[in-house]
Design a protein. Structure first.
Length: 301
């Protein structure tokens, strides 16, 4: 019920395999099947085709199927874009995040990327990649280059330890830089408290190869000059984003923009969205358990 409640916030029905993968505890498939039968018989959940949901809405199954099909095409594009981003100086890992990392895309889905850079060179790497993003507007491909979340190798431990952040971490899809991504996962083993059964696939993830130009660039900026420029770019970006937030600027989806800036990370302000999701999820679970207290006590305790 907790697993279905989380995805129900996004109107995303789950298969039996999905449910088992995202359970908050380890459980064999037979036990999952038995408990789903109980919930179905008590009319607490519904089954549409091979999907389970709290909503008896056939359109949700169609929405998911269509979204999964679009995601296949988007991920093929994301793989090519990731190979380009991986060539930039100081980039250690490129991974797909957001809804696309959960194999879903609608007509307006951006290709979101999670980037890990070398220590204390995040802002140089980010600035260079955002020059590419600016150029992508000319071709109308800016939605392919949504680099929303950066950390460097000194900031691998994510401080927001909640179900939303855990979900975003375990569903990341690494495209470049396997070893650094493994270091990131090892630095965030706390996600296992939320999703102990979920397995992150790292099959056929290439390591990032440094080309001649990148090697030369990094040789020049692996110096005190590089430290000065990286800090200056961080402060410059922070001032620009504070101004945008103060003016009430919104992104392409109409949401107010705000960014958190640090030497070791650049990320959207979690208060803008994740706190809302976590709170509504907790409220939903509480209501579900209270309204189905008799069934829960009878079958599960």
């Amino acid at each position: 019920m907790k697993t279905l409640a989380y995805f129900d916030y996004f109107s995303y029905p789950l298969t039996c395999e999905d449910i088992r993968s995202f359970l908050p505890q380890l459980c064999d498939q037979q036990a999952v099947d038995e408990m789903l039968s109980v919930l179905l018989n008590e009319n607490i959940i519904y089954k549409i085709e091979n999907f389970y949901s709290f909503q008896n809405e056939p359109r949700l199954a169609k929405r998911r199927r269509d979204g999964n099909q679009r995601a296949v095409k988007q991920l093929a594009i994301a793989k090519k874009v990731a190979s380009i981003l991986g060539r930039f100086p100081y980039v250690q890992t490129v991974a797909v995040s957001g809804s696309l990392s959960k194999y879903f895309a609608d007509e307006n889905t951006d290709i979101d990327f999670f980037i890990i850079t070398s220590a204390n060179r995040l802002w140089i790497a980010r600035t260079l990649m955002h020059f590419l993003k600016k150029c992508s507007y000319i071709a109308g491909k800016q939605h392919w280059f949504c680099m929303n979340y950066f950390i460097d190798e000194l900031g691998l431990d994510i401080p927001e330890k909640n179900i939303f952040t855990a979900m975003e971490i375990v569903t990341l899809m690494p495209m470049q830089g396997k070893n650094q991504f493994k270091n990131f996962i090892e630095a965030n083993t706390w996600t296992g408290n939320y999703f102990p059964a979920h397995i992150i696939s790292m099959v056929n993830i290439p390591e990032i190869k440094k080309g001649f130009i990148r090697k030369c660039f990094e040789k020049i900026f692996n110096s005190r000059l590089g430290d000065i420029i990286d800090k200056w770019l961080m402060n410059l970006t922070d001032k620009r984003w504070q101004k945008k937030t103060k003016l009430g600027k919104v992104n392409d989806h109409g949401a107010r923009i705000k960014m958190l800036v640090d030497r070791h990370f650049s990320k959207p302000d979690p208060k803008n969205f994740q706190a809302k999701v976590v709170q509504q999820y907790e409220n939903r679970v509480k209501r579900l358990l209270e309204s189905n207290q008799e069934v829960v006590c009878t079958y599960f305790f």
